[in-house]
Design a protein around this ligand. Structure first.
Ligand code: ADP
Ligand code: MG
Length: 248
């Protein structure tokens, strides 16, 4: 039984079908990687799951509950966390303060920073800092972090909300190879405690983290399997035409 299940999902933008019937099941603490050419509908799929794109047909089930077209804040509260492509952190605050703001039940910057820091909150933030490898940067202003470190803070902000499912849209975009590799390790460690869906196009990174890969193309499922199975899949090879295999 899947924790999160997507059935025959369709999303339309003024008549244009960005998703034409996508199916996907994600098990408890499973790591699923989604790949596919630009415009395949990968980000739209995550948008639909978190209630940001209207579903015109099909169904999203989470913990056996139909959550199709629920509002974004309802979905977040139910335990589905999403990291977007662009960093969205407060540069003038420290890493610790950014995470404090993201904790469940925080109500705005002022309240979060001035209210009493309970031992529970401190413990939670420390554990997130360990997960994202930034324990030594707790007191550092976010502005002085590298691009990669900022992305990790964003992942931390999602983790601070105790989600069951974490959705990551191109988490390594713009990172150095070292940062990309470290991100892979963060994601693998995360998947011990969370179900994780990662959209990615860097095949080296996909090989590092991937267990089950789902390939989308033109708003539909194209193929599914291990790295090896997907790379040798005739339809996948056809779509990534011009290359022998995807980034072989
Ligand atoms: P991917 O993330 O796989 O590159 P997207 O999900 O961003 O693809 O986009 C899938 C298709 O839907 C593209 O053709 C894109 O132009 C279109 N699309 C995405 N969002 C919108 C929107 N808000 N309005 C209209 N068209 C959109
Ligand atoms: Mg995208």
């Amino acid at each position: 039984m899947s924790l999160l299940s997507i059935q025959d999902l369709q999303v339309e933008f003024s008549g244009f079908k960005a998703l034409k019937g996508v199916n996907l099941g994600i098990g408890d603490r499973e790591l699923v990687t989604i790949i596919g050419p630009n415009g395949a509908g990968k980000s739209t799929l995550l948008d639909a799951i978190v209630g940001k794109s209207p579903v015109s047909k099909g169904k999203i089930t989470y913990q056996e509950r139909d959550i199709t077209n629920y509002k974004p804040h309802e979905i977040a509260r139910m335990g589905i966390g999403r990291k977007f492509q662009n960093p969205n952190i407060y540069n003038d605050l420290t890493v610790f303060e950014n995470l404090l703001l993201a904790l469940k039940g925080s109500h705005g910057i002022f309240a979060a920073i001035t209210s009493k820091l309970t031992r529970l909150k401190r413990h939670k933030i420390t554990s997130v800092l360990e997960q994202i490898g930034l324990i030594e940067y707790a007191g550092t202003k976010a502005a002085s972090l590298s691009h990669g470190q900022k992305q990790w803070v964003e992942i931390g902000m999602v983790l601070a909300q105790d989600p069951s499912v974490v959705l990551l849209d191109e988490p390594t975009a713009g990172m150095t190879p070292e940062e990309t590799h470290a991100t892979g390790e963060i994601i693998q460690a995360m998947s011990e405690f969370h179900s994780v869906v990662v959209i990615e196009h860097d095949m080296e990174f996909v090989k590092q983290i991937a267990q089950r890969i789902v390939v989308l193309h033109q708003g539909q499922n194209l193929a599914e399997g291990t790295v090896e199975q997907v790379q040798n899949h005739p339809k996948v090879m056809e779509v990534y035409l011009g290359r022998e295999r995807i980034a072989a």
